[in-house]
Design a protein around this ligand. Structure first.
Ligand code: PEP
Length: 252
């Protein structure tokens, strides 16, 4: 049985007051999350400490950051390191989100540095891959995703690879309201698992692969019913506790 995970990516949204309220609403609805499903909230950096305080000793939900630096420490103004994240009870970090790749020039090389630092500080990376619309329309999507996997995840030691979570996020589906069909998601997730098995063998059978891109309460059950879809990475719908909890409750 693979882990089931629903992770919310808040992006650059919510003031501290709004963020605390959202955490409180999630905490009070945790009875809607089926046993065995891990809920993760990726808040802005500024919200991690107060969120950790509200969550207290609970293992579920867990906290994630949306990024970390590709350097250990030092004169890197404005950056937040993996060790800083670990020191505020953060257990996961999203890396390689398409918005980071597109707007902040994050290359696979930089992402490999970040993943190694995250793992060195016991943070589990949620590594995002996915193609843009033109790449899908020209049938390049498998090639694009395989190079993102080859240049980053396939460079890790098997012991490190075991801790990684993959998120397949077709860029054309992010924030657009246009969701991949469950057939498209399953096809790519199965491809990702087979590709990773080429390097890591049986270990790839245990890798959680999440779907991200306009996932909402109305389509989550259908997506999560597919054998290689182990949960979701949720953007917009994670900003409403009710929707986020409904998505987490969508596993059969
Ligand atoms: C995301 O940005 O990771 C995402 C999946 O966004 P949305 O759910 O809003 O499409």
């Amino acid at each position: 049985m693979r882990e089931k995970i629903v992770a919310g990516n808040w992006k650059m949204n919510t003031t501290i007051g709004e963020g605390k309220k959202l955490i409180e609403d999630i905490l009070s609805g945790m009875d809607r999350v089926p046993a065995g499903v891990t809920l993760i909230t990726a808040t802005p950096f500024t919200h991690l400490c107060p969120a950790a305080h509200l969550i207290g000793d609970r293992r579920n939900p867990a906290l994630a950051a949306q990024n970390c630096a590709n350097r250990e420490s030092g004169a890197f103004t404005g950056e937040v390191s993996a060790s800083m994240l670990a020191s505020v009870s953060c257990r996961y970090v999203i890396l390689g989100h398409s918005e980071r790749r597109e707007y902040y020039g994050e290359t696979n090389e930089i992402l490999l540095e970040k993943i190694k630092l995250a793992l060195a500080h016991s943070l589990r990376p949620i590594f995002c891959v996915g193609e843009v619309l033109q790449e899908r329309e020209t049938n390049m999507h498998f090639q694009v995703v395989s190079s993102q996997l080859r240049e980053v995840l396939c460079q890790l030691d098997p012991e490190d690879f075991k801790k990684v979570i993959v998120a397949y996020e077709p860029v054309w589906a992010i924030g657009t309201g246009k969701t991949a069909t469950s057939e498209q998601a399953q096809e790519m997730h199965a491809f990702i698992r087979a590709f990773l098995a080429g390097t890591f063998g049986e270990l790839a059978q245990s890798t959680p692969i999440l779907y991200g891109g306009s996932c909402k309460p109305s389509n989550a059950a259908e997506l999560f019913s597919r054998p290689d879809v182990d949960g979701g990475l949720i953007g917009g719908a994670s900003l409403k506790a009710d929707d986020f909890l409904a998505i987490a409750g969508s596993f059969a």
